[in-house]
Design a protein around this ligand. Structure first.
Ligand SMILES: Nc1ncnc2c1ncn2[C@@H]1O[C@H](COP(=O)(O)OP(=O)(O)O)[C@@H](O)[C@H]1O
Ligand SMILES: [Mg+2]
Length: 174
């Protein structure tokens, strides 16, 4: 069994505030793993460390077999992230957002277009793909955000509170 995520003894403080105080986690490849905790428990901090956006003060953190501290670039190539807050451009259409993400991840224009089309279809957004995101409902936005996090077909996908703020129907959609 290969663990795609391994965290051992991770610590992180912001000044005097201890956000993570000996965090351990193992996640098997090919599984969906949820981490629960109240507001302020350190979930976003953990996600930020796992996705190389933040450095742990101490501890071992490996993603897809790579140490996030020494192999941040390689880790970034293999992961997707759906942040706690949407990262969409409101004035662009759904399709344009996905194509932009594709280009930011260095997919060529053709490949970015293909991925955008496939993901719009997969998330039931083909019909609305040409509308500006500011006209989207909460559930549609989150679905598009999720589609964007999958643009590179990542090996590991991190979702930080993917359904917070959505009504029951929006949650079910995501
Ligand atoms: N940039 C920061 N500076 C200072 N304190 C922070 C910062 N980010 C988070 N914290 C604090 O660290 C703790 C963990 O926060 P966070 O990881 O966002 O928790 P969660 O995502 O589980 O709600 C909280 O007490 C929060 O106030
Ligand atoms: Mg959080």
């Amino acid at each position: 069994m290969i663990d795609v995520i391994v965290v051992a003894g991770a610590r992180k403080r912001y000044g005097e505030k201890r956000a993570l105080d000996g965090f351990d986690l193992r996640v098997e490849r090919g599984t969906v793993h949820g981490v629960l905790g109240p507001n302020g428990a350190g979930k976003t901090t953990a996600v930020r460390i796992l996705t190389t956006l933040l450095r742990a003060d101490e501890g071992l953190v490996r993603v897809a077999g790579l140490d996030v501290r020494t192999h941040a670039r390689e880790v970034r190539r293999r992961i997707g992230l759906l942040g706690q807050h949407a990262a969409l451009d409101e004035d662009l259409s759904g399709r344009q957002n996905l194509e932009m993400f594709g280009r930011l991840y260095h997919l060529g224009a053709r490949r970015a277009g293909q991925r955008a089309g496939a993901l719009l279809e997969r998330f039931g957004l083909t019909d609305t793909g040409r509308k500006a995101v500011k006209q989207y409902s909460g559930g549609m936005r989150r679905r598009l955000d999720l589609a964007a996090s999958l643009i590179t077909d990542p090996e590991v996908l991190f979702l930080d509170e993917p359904t917070t703020g959505l009504d029951p129907r929006g949650r079910a959609e995501v």
